[in-house]
Design a protein around this ligand. Structure first.
Ligand code: PEP
Ligand code: MG
Length: 579
């Protein structure tokens, strides 16, 4: 039995057999094999080279070449590599000497060659690195192909174990069979974690080297409440966890009973609880859990599940489906937040060196106007169906906001010319998720109808800590005094400007932060649907005075550790079952 401690990112307990999958960009964890498996792995390498060569030859034959086309040359080069015996031997030698899997050997050898090419001064040679990466992917597709399909066609319950999961992979999991998720990498607010929470799949991330301890088929317990994963548990541990699991389910049922009641404090302050969603189907779940509308629709997920770019009608259909669930309740549609860990890197020839500081989010949209306008048209068209609002993410300065608004106006003019109806006074808001936006909130407030504070990114950018990197996860905390001061500034500036404000980062779904947020003056929270009942229960158990006292106390403290433990104790007193 092996007990590993990580970060709990999605509550619940699951016990099932492990299914190990590799990450989408084919970064392969080192996995050892037994000496007796050596010949089998070597044969797998040979087959992969052979099958990849055949696949490429068939593709080449099917191509319709134009005169002078370079494609033929590229195919020829790749086929030559795949037939190169010395290359294949390097890979099989590594399997032989280091007892590693075929996947790991292929990846290691080809990446070494690519790195060597990249360092060459001659541009022609350095650019060949891309060919090598391409060949690596082609070989890995042969080696991993069937395993990847398995995740989509499961017939029994599993716990997915991976080095790292992308948001797209996680979004594709079938809830019926994927009962738990455990990964070496990741952080509490990494997008894969957020999706696991939305799907209601218990998950633990940042387990560092779990993949080295688990083999496919091993029994695994995922404790998404305490952040523990147990590999091959003994009978006593299994019994104990079955009991925990029953208690947890009973708590969920008890909380479901208050779902139709409003989120109102004991002294009558009404709090709006909106849902965060990634897909239109989730709107129904938000409603079932007692949500008052949608406060954050992460529309970029429309791009992540498909190989083709969504059309305007695809956008429209997804938004219309969501709006129809809620009649006239607010639906905040965030324009696509692509880039960073979502979508654009895998489409680029050379990935950006610092994607979270790169062409992400609104910056990406402002450089890809055709794509952006298509989405804006769809949002405007859907605005006649309900209380739809537009929200721009990752605004860092006024100029960016004005540019985005100008493009929105251009799109409105286009619709006018085509006599297509839309709501002219649609609310336009921005996410405050960078220190620059927080510090200039007083000025940004003049040009928007609302703010929504994205504390996930605000924490990452304020503290200079990657939100998805397990190596620095202990440094990532929204309870840091620096983050809380920015948050307080934004709330005060929104109140002064008399614009609406909500908080839509993960803190809104964490019971320990709720009293603080209410005490700071927040009256709208947007959160992941499974947590709505618990947060509602907490709100219904406190008074505004309790919350104001908590906020006053926290703002007088200067240590993240003290603030975190104070907040946890304060919330635990109110709702002990949540901890
Ligand atoms: C945030 O940054 O807090 C946020 C809600 O946006 P996302 O998690 O999608 O980056
Ligand atoms: Mg964000």
């Amino acid at each position: 039995m092996e007990v590993k401690k990580g970060i709990a990112v999605s509550p619940g307990i699951s016990i099932a057999k492990a299914l190990i999958i590799d990450s989408e960009d084919y970064r392969i964890p080192r996995r050892q094999i037994e000496p007796s498996q050596r010949m089998m792995e070597i044969q797998r390498v040979r087959n992969a080279f052979k099958d990849a060569g055949t696949e490429l030859t068939q593709l080449e034959v099917a191509q319709d070449y134009t005169e002078g086309s370079k494609i033929k040359d590229i195919f020829a080069v790749h086929i030559r590599y795949l037939r190169d015996r010395s290359l294949r031997k390097k890979v099989t030698d590594l399997v032989q000497s280091d007892l590693v899997t075929a996947e790991f050997a292929v990846s290691t050898v080809l990446r070494e060659i690519a790195e060597h090419f990249k360092k060459q001064k001659d541009v022609y040679i350095s650019e060949r690195a891309a060919d090598i990466y391409d060949i690596e992917r082609r070989l890995l597709k042969q080696l991993l192909g069937r395993k990847r399909e398995d995740v989509g066609h499961l017939t029994e319950e599993v716990v997915v174990v991976a080095r790292e999961l992308s948001p797209t992979q996680t979004a594709g999991f079938n809830r019926e069979f994927v009962k738990g998720i455990a990964s070496d990498a990741g952080g509490r607010t990494s997008h894969a974690a957020i999706i696991a929470r939305s799907l209601g799949i218990p998950a633990v991330v940042a387990l560092e080297d779990l993949t080295e301890y688990v083999r496919g088929g091993d029994a695994v317990i995922v404790d998404g409440n305490r952040g523990i994963v147990i590999v091959n548990p003994d009978d006593e541990t299994i019994q104990q966890y079955e009991e925990y699991s029953r208690e947890f389910i009973q708590l969920e049922h008890r909380l479901d009973a208050i779902r139709q009641k409003p989120a109102v404090t004991r002294d009558g302050a009404r709090v709006l609880l909106l849902g965060n969603i990634e897909f239109p189907d989730e709107a129904e779940i938000v409603l079932q859990k007692g949500g008052d509308g949608i406060g954050l629709y992460r529309t970029e997920f429309l791009y992540l599940n498909t190989d083709r770019e969504p059309t305007e009608q695809d956008h429209y259909n997804a938004y219309a489906k969501t709006v129809r669930v809620f009649d006239n309740k607010p639906i905040v549609i965030r324009t696509m937040d692509l880039g960073a860990d979502k979508y654009t890197q895998s489409k680029r020839f050379a990935p950006e060196p610092n994607p979270f500081l790169g062409l992400r989010s609104i910056r990406f949209c402002l450089q890809n106007l055709t794509m952006f306008k298509k989405q804006l048209r769809a949002i405007l068209r859907v605005s006649v169906l309900g209380d739809v609002k537009i929200m721009f993410p990752l605004i860092t300065n006024r100029q960016e906001l004005m540019q985005a608004k100008m493009i929105l106006h251009d799109v409105m003019e286009d619709l006018d010319e085509e006599s297509i109806p839309y709501s002219r006074d649609i609310d336009v808001g921005i996410m405050i998720e960078t220190p620059s936006a927080a510090l200039t909130a007083f000025s940004l407030a003049r040009d928007v109808d609302f703010f929504s504070v994205g504390t996930n990114d605000l924490t990452q950018y304020t503290l200079a800590v990657d939100r998805g990197n397990e190596l620095v996860s202990t440094l990532y905390s929204p309870a840091d005094p620096a983050v809380l001061r920015l948050l307080r500034t934004v709330i005060q500036d929104a109140h002064k400007a008399q614009i609406h404000l909500s908080v839509c980062g993960e803190v809104a779904s964490e019971p320990e932060y709720v009293m603080l947020l209410l005490g700071l003056g927040v009256r709208t929270l947007s959160l992941t649907s499974p947590m709505i009942p618990e947060i509602k229960q907490l709100i219904r158990s406190v008074t505004t005075k309790d919350c104001n006292d908590v906020a006053r106390k926290v703002l007088s403290m200067d240590s993240e550790r003290h603030i975190s433990s104070y907040l946890r104790n304060a919330a635990r007193k109110i709702l002990p079952e949540a901890f």
